[in-house]
Write a protein that binds this ligand. Structure first.
Ligand code: BGC
Length: 375
């Protein structure tokens, strides 16, 4: 199936494809023999396309989403073609065009931003292909279904985590390093955080130094931005909201340079191996564990129903709704429950198979893992 995508793309785009595919890291589709011409014939089952947004913003996309979607979709009799756009909107569009002409029966969209995600959904719709927004809702889009987490709750857990960590430190100074302004999730995370933190800022329990959104969730930029804010505040900080583990890692590197790591609680999200290690080490106070396996399984179940035209079945599964204020509509949704993870509960994502104990318990962390019964 992938070779068909490549063949079609190559025919349509000539050298542009070569440049795009080879210019973006390891993202070129593999296994192109150029011989297959039957969509969906490679693994058997109904062909379904999945486009993931990036790799660099979070280890989740390649580490959790990709393998979990693959397994869940195969278990539902689907033949998934899962590609990653590597943060390149042009590549995102090219991948979608290829999947649409390849004849996928459903397209699952985890978009880089609402603009490209909505454009792709509209193209698919024009060809009669149902689309599912995955994890990120495309504002102003046309997908009939959305599978994600309760993202306001994710933010509340981050706000609560920081508030707990700073108890007993009245007037503690907080810096907020937020996600991409073009990702609706980042807006919802912020909304949830502020539900907890704003009253504390307002009554002086905590003091907000500065809140900064980071374009494209760029981890490196998150680190340099945090460093500038810290310097501008005379090197003083007592707590940091970092919207995910990637940004938290960049913040912790700066704290380390200033001898502040382990003293200043930092939040996170995604329960990545690096995030969990930082939590075990005491450099990061918490992360948010989002059971992505459930997200993948619900998406696979929805896709299987939609591929068969069973919208009644799909509606019965997607019983919640999400607001799209730009499109002035609500979208049928499955919204799963995130969990607060601190040192005491790092064990959970490990026992559920998200990360291996061996990946987080090496070297200096062996004894803390032993104490916590992580093996
Ligand atoms: C996802 C997070 C992820 C972030 C950066 C968000 O839309 O919900 O899990 O950390 O994007 O990739």
């Amino acid at each position: 199936m992938r070779s068909k995508t490549l063949a079609l793309l190559a025919a349509g785009l000539g050298t542009a494809l070569t440049l795009t595919a080879c210019g973006a890291n390891q993202a070129a589709p593999s296994g192109s023999g150029g011989t297959s011409d039957t969509a969906g014939s490679s693994g058997g089952g109904i062909p379904v396309g999945v486009i993931l947004p990036e790799t660099a913003t979070s280890a989740r996309w390649e580490g959790f989403d990709k393998p979990m979607l693959e397994a869940a979709m195969k278990a539902k009799g689907l033949d998934p073609d899962i590609q990653n756009a590597q943060g390149d909107v042009q590549k995102f569009t090219t991948l979608a065009d290829g999947m649409i002409s390849q004849g996928v029966k459903v397209l699952v969209i985890a978009s880089i931003n609402s603009e490209v995600g909505s454009a792709v959904a509209a193209k698919a719709k024009a060809q009669g292909i149902p689309t599912i927004d995955y994890d990120r809702l495309n504002l102003g889009g046309s997908s009939d279904y959305y599978v994600s987490f309760d993202n306001v709750k994710v933010g509340e857990l981050q706000g609560q985590g920081l508030a707990d960590a700073l108890k007993g430190k009245p007037g503690a100074q907080v810096i907020e390093i937020e996600g991409a302004p073009t990702d609706n999730n980042a807006t919802l995370f912020y909304e949830g955080q502020q539900k907890v933190l704003k009253p504390l800022y307002d009554n002086g329990t905590l003091k907000l130094v500065q809140s900064q959104k980071i374009d494209n969730w760029d981890n490196q930029k998150g680190g340099t931005t945090f460093e500038q804010i810290l310097t501008g505040n005379g090197g003083a900080v007592d707590g940091v909201v970092a919207a995910n583990d990637g940004l938290a890692g960049a913040v912790i590197t700066v704290l380390q340079k200033n001898g502040l790591n382990g003293k200043v609680p930092v939040t996170g999200q995604d329960a990545t191996a690096d995030g969990l290690k930082a939590v075990l080490r005491g450099d990061q106070y918490m992360t948010v564990f989002k059971p992505i396996k459930e997200e993948a399984e619900n998406t696979a179940a929805l896709a299987a129903l939609l591929a068969k035209g069973d919208t009644a079945g799909a509606d019965a599964l997607a019983k919640q709704t999400s607001d799209d204020p730009t499109g002035n509509r609500t979208v049928k949704s499955v919204l799963l429950t995130p969990k607060l993870t601190t040192k005491d509960t790092v064990k959970e994502p490990v026992s559920q198979g998200y990360v291996k104990a061996a990946d987080i318990c090496g070297g200096d962390l062996a004894s803390v893992c032993a104490q916590l019964g992580i093996s």
